[in-house]
Design a protein around this ligand. Structure first.
Ligand SMILES: Nc1ncnc2c1ncn2[C@@H]1O[C@H](COP(=O)(O)OP(=O)(O)OP(=O)(O)O)[C@@H](O)[C@H]1O
Ligand SMILES: O=P(O)(O)OC[C@H]1O[C@H](OP(=O)(O)OP(=O)(O)O)[C@H](O)[C@@H]1O
Ligand SMILES: [Mg+2]
Length: 394
């Protein structure tokens, strides 16, 4: 099955249709079983470890999820969309289960503690923002980003200065660095919660006279209160900066961030079952995220043969599908004889190209166009899995 690159489409009845590039057929499987069929390719979990230190002995694999804050709900939603719903008896309970992954325990923790506990060996996997991994992981080689784009928690760590006063005409990091005001005695004062990434960035960009102060929230107030000259904080819509009379500057973005799946290298290499579980989670994430924004389009088309219909379809730029159109005969009985005058074509189309695709289908004689959202796209092997194995030296 993996060789044929199946496309999965969720039907209302929780059954799934599978169509291969050369043949289409329909099977009914429960939501529970269908993904495990796809990701049953077992991986060797234990290999010779390049890591000397031993990991704590325990049987279960631990996944850290944000216990609160803006990532918490979106993380649970992602898992649910991947048929990995977290069963938490009540919201104050910090340990939970994902019934689909029997050897896995979920631990709810603050994002920064997830990173700390990955490093201390108390967690094996975690989902947090890249900003948190970068700040609290401090480049530690034990941390491996397994999936770098979970498609939520988008923000950037960015330097911001007041729009007014001595900063009125300052619009870039270079101009900020060249301001004569900053000296050894009177350095640029930056308020931030990112006390690792902040100084590292300034040093890398040659800003010499800078001093950092830490703060935990509402940093945007610091310049107006006279506590700092600039701030280094997360920005998403930019509303908080705007409302506080602050502006970002060219060259001032330290990091672009979104939610990521991160793992402890040591755990992946040494803990029994950790690599298999990671593979399954990764496959489900990839399949779900690839399918987001894609639709399955089916239509009937009159034609002499499947090849002739395929040729017509492929003259249209928006109808190529993932690998090419699936074309299959629609049989009917006429004068006691079974014939195929029509062919059904099935293609995947990105949301943006949907209407154009419908127009192109009609232009080449397509009729009865059906459109349904795609739930999963499983590829033969995910590029991120290959990448992970190579990072692990496997
Ligand atoms: N404005 C934002 N828009 C989108 N994502 C954001 C935004 N601010 C933060 N994030 C992302 O959400 C993560 C969690 O932020 P949140 O504010 O919930 O926790 P925190 O401030 O790190 O936690 P704590 O309150 O314990 O210090 C951040 O690390 C970042 O990846
Ligand atoms: O660009 P915007 O969309 O306005 O978002 C930016 C704000 O979001 C974050 O704060 P958050 O709301 O998480 O509050 P916190 O400071 O308590 O963490 C960040 O620290 C900014 O203050
Ligand atoms: Mg915050």
């Amino acid at each position: 099955m993996s060789l044929l690159q199946p496309y999965f489409q969720q039907c209302a009845s929780a059954a799934f249709s599978i169509s291969f590039p050369s043949h289409s057929f329909y099977v009914s499987v429960s939501k529970r079983t269908f993904i495990s069929c796809c990701s049953s390719q077992s991986q060797t979990a234990l290999v010779d470890s390049p890591v000397d230190s031993k990991i704590a002995e325990r049987d279960e694999i631990r996944l850290g999820l944000p216990s609160k804050g803006r990532m918490a709900a979106d993380t649970l939603d992602l898992l649910k969309d991947c048929q990995l719903s977290v069963k938490q008896v009540n919201p104050r309970q910090y340990v939970a289960q994902i019934p689909q992954l029997s050897n896995l325990e979920v631990w709810f923790q603050r994002p920064k503690d997830i990173v700390r506990k990955l490093l201390s060996g108390d967690l094996d996997l975690g989902i947090v923002g890249l900003d948190t991994v970068s700040e609290y992981g401090q480049g530690n080689e034990d941390l491996i980003i397994v999936h770098d784009a979970l498609d939520y928690g988008d923000c950037r760590l960015s330097l911001a200065i007041p729009k007014y006063g001595i900063f009125e005409n300052i619009n870039s990091l270079r101009e900020l660095a060249e301001m004569p005001q900053w000296t050894v005695e009177k350095p640029l004062r930056v308020a931030t919660g990112f006390t690792y990434l902040g100084p590292k960035f300034m040093k890398e960009h040659g800003l010499k006279h800078v001093i950092f102060s830490t703060a935990d929230g509402a940093l945007e107030a610091a310049p107006a209160m006279g506590i700092a000259d600039a701030i280094l904080d997360l920005v998403s819509s930019g509303t908080t900066l705007r409302e506080n009379n602050l502006k970002e500057i060219e060259g001032g973005v330290v990091l672009e961030s979104q939610a990521v799946l991160v793992a402890s290298r040591k755990a992946l290499i040494q803990r029994k079952g950790a690599l298999d579980t990671t593979h399954e989670i990764l496959e489900r994430f990839e399949a779900h995220l690839r399918a987001l924004g894609q639709f399955t389009v089916t239509a009937n088309m009159r034609g002499g043969s499947a090849e002739e219909v395929a040729e017509r379809v492929l003259t249209q730029p928006s109808l190529a599908g993932l690998q090419g159109p699936t074309v299959c005969p629609v049989f009917c009985k006429r004068d006691g004889k079974v014939t195929a005058d029509y062919y059904a074509i099935v293609i995947c189309v990105p949301k943006k190209a949907l209407y154009k695709s419908v127009q192109q289908l009609r232009a080449i004689g397509g009729s009865g166009v059906l459109i349904s959202p795609l739930t999963y796209i499983f590829d033969e092997e995910t590029p991120r899995w290959r990448e992970l194995l190579s990072k692990l030296g496997i």
